[in-house]
Design a binder for this molecule. Structure first.
Ligand code: DX5
Ligand code: ZN
Length: 224
């Protein structure tokens, strides 16, 4: 297992607090921000567009990744420049030509991740597993922060972990939605390399110290 990392999802951070919270999180060990782009079609809400990512790039040196919860990921991916994101997740359920998206992202030097909704079985993405850099297992229905994790999704993490070991695939397993300090260790034990955490960080009473607690889960899991 790789050492693992935490991505902080800023979806539920008020705009007027964003820079302050991001800087605090960075001072407490955070390295990666997760930006949820929503179009009001694939999911009910509209959140951010690429514009926010450009703005953040100008004011922070944290790594950025994006999670495209949009009906037409081709359209956004075509607009993504090199060097803005380290990784882009698009949804399997929205992608007409997933191989083309992966190739386009790779041609820009960006890691390609495929996200699956809680009800999407992993066999749907099996043909892509050799080519993707990451699989994002949604632990809640996409669209909102602060939801409760759907327990049955955890089996998919285990199954993906087994599959990559058996076949020698190199994709990362990322998990998003409903992750709190109380369930994070279990998710890592199932095989997750990346935990994407929104309200579990930014709405925690222990913010920003909670970040260190999340980071230490990977170390503890490696030792045991
Ligand atoms: C939900 C988003 C998540 C969200 C997670 O669809 O993709 O990134 O911000 O929020 P929490 O951690 O509160 O479930
Ligand atoms: Zn997300």
């Amino acid at each position: 297992m790789s050492s693992g990392f935490i991505a902080a999802s800023i979806l539920d951070v008020p705009f007027y607090e964003m820079l302050e919270k991001i800087n605090l999180a960075k001072r407490h060990g955070l390295k990666l921000l997760h930006i949820d782009i929503m179009d009001g079609v694939f999911v009910p809400q509209i959140s951010f567009g690429l514009n926010l990512a450009y703005q953040l790039k100008n004011v922070t040196d944290l790594y950025l990744e994006t999670h495209l919860m949009v009906a037409d990921p081709e359209k956004i991916v075509a607009q993504i420049p090199r060097d803005l994101f380290v990784r882009v997740f698009f949804h399997y359920e929205a992608a007409r030509y997933p191989y083309r998206l992966i190739t386009t992202l790779h041609s820009k030097g960006v890691a390609a991740g495929i996200a699956i909704n809680p009800s999407t079985p992993i066999y749907s993405i099996e043909p892509l597993l050799e080519d993707v850099d990451a699989v994002l297992v949604m632990l809640v229905e996409p669209g909102y922060g602060g939801q409760k994790l759907i327990t049955s999704t955890l089996n998919k993490i285990e199954a993906l972990n087994e599959m990559r070991k058996k076949r020698g695939y190199r994709f990362l397993i990322a998990c998003d939605g409903g992750i709190k300090i109380e369930n994070a260790r279990l998710i890592v034990e199932k095989g997750a390399d990346e935990l994407i955490v929104g309200t579990g960080i930014f709405r925690s009473e222990k913010f920003p110290n909670i970040i260190q607690e999340f980071l230490s889960i990977f170390q503890k899991t490696l030792v045991t």
